[in-house]
Design a protein around this ligand. Structure first.
Ligand SMILES: NC(=O)c1ccc[n+]([C@@H]2O[C@H](COP(=O)([O-])OP(=O)(O)OC[C@H]3O[C@@H](n4cnc5c(N)ncnc54)[C@H](OP(=O)(O)O)[C@@H]3O)[C@@H](O)[C@H]2O)c1
Length: 297
């Protein structure tokens, strides 16, 4: 049986809670007593998620902050806004993600898969650092994917200016999620905050539906055989709430169990270099500083 920490009164910041896996995870955590602070870009879907959360847990002040997480300026603004509004954050779930069949860039010139799936995880985590440290044993949960298995990093062309392909770019962004989690965990070692990542399984959500033509048909057909979002949310909820993983740090999980990721995803030199490249790109805050020794829970 899973041992669950008390979520009553805990503050959970989550991205991608207007659909799919994140929406179910937010509902489950709200049902356990958490106050949900979500970051969303679509006001209709956010209102619908919020109203469901308020039905599940009436009287709790669930909130929404709006931002398009494919745009660096918006990532930074929303991180600042939430840091001001939430001086203590117990759980940060970086979950928003997308797959694009054509190479597109945002107004800062950053490729959209890389920006949405990797850079937003980095900028939000760094921007909310003080609030996470203030909670003591806070948890950071990053949604990655088994799609990372065949991916490789190319530090000379991280954003696929040459030969962009959807599955290569998406897989690389999910490899970045694991390497980011590893390096973050290493930097957090002297604090009580932990960082872990996960594969939710292949889940029937809206992922890929933003594309047109053959790619969209491929996604829709494959999803006939996929898991339900309820099943897909299980490992997120587990990492956010179970006592079993109170001291896990830097690990990759699938079906609520640790799983060894690919060789590339275990490369600590690459993880450190990716952090530095991302930090340079994000042109932001200093990284997590060393703090007091880790508390055991
Ligand atoms: N489904 C799978 O089989 C699978 C497998 C492995 C990993 N994953 C990962 O699971 C995570 C959740 O995906 P999902 O499958 O639940 O897909 P989904 O139903 O498409 O949900 C994606 C969520 O991310 C949000 N999002 C996307 N781009 C955004 C942006 N620019 N700004 C703000 N929010 C944005 C979406 O908001 P909107 O409602 O506004 O679109 C939505 O809430 C992703 O990281 C994905 O890579 C999924």
């Amino acid at each position: 049986m899973l041992k669950t920490v008390v979520m009553q009164g805990k503050v959970v910041v989550i991205t991608g809670a207007t659909s799919g896996i994140g929406e179910v995870a937010a509902q489950k955590l709200a049902a356990m007593g958490a106050r949900i602070v979500m970051i969303a870009r679509n006001s209709e879907r956010a209102a619908s998620t919020l109203s469901r959360l308020r039905q599940i847990a009436p009287g709790v002040e669930h909130r929404v902050h709006y931002a398009d997480l494919s745009r660096l300026g918006e990532m930074r603004r929303v991180a600042r806004q939430i840091a001001l509004a939430e001086p203590r954050i117990d759980v940060l779930i970086n979950n928003a993600g997308a797959a694009f069949d054509r190479r597109q860039v945002n107004e800062e010139g950053i490729e959209l898969t890389f920006a949405t799936n990797h850079l937003s995880y980095f900028v939000l985590t760094e921007g909310l650092r003080e609030s996470l440290l203030a909670a003591g044993a806070a948890r950071i949960v990053n949604t990655s994917s088994e799609a990372h298995r065949r991916a490789k990093l190319d530090f000379d062309d991280l954003q696929f200016t040459k030969r962009y392909r959807l599955f290569a770019a998406y897989g690389r962004s999910k490899l970045c999620n694991i390497l980011f989690t590893r390096e973050l965990a290493r930097r957090l070692e002297k604090n009580a905050v932990t960082a872990n990542c996960l594969h939710p399984g292949f889940v029937a959500t809206r992922i890929g539906d933003n594309n047109r033509g053959p790619v969209s048909y491929l996604f829709r057909f494959a999803k006939i055989f996929a898991l339900s979002p309820e099943k897909g949310a299980e490992t997120i909820v587990y990492l956010a709430s179970s006592n079993d993983v109170a001291n896990s740090n830097g690990q990759y999980f699938y079906k609520c169990r640790p799983l060894a990721p690919s060789k590339e995803a275990q490369d600590d030199v690459a993880a450190r270099r990716l952090w530095e490249e991302t930090e340079r790109l994000a042109k932001i805050f200093p990284s997590f500083e060393e703090g007091p020794p880790r508390r055991s829970n």
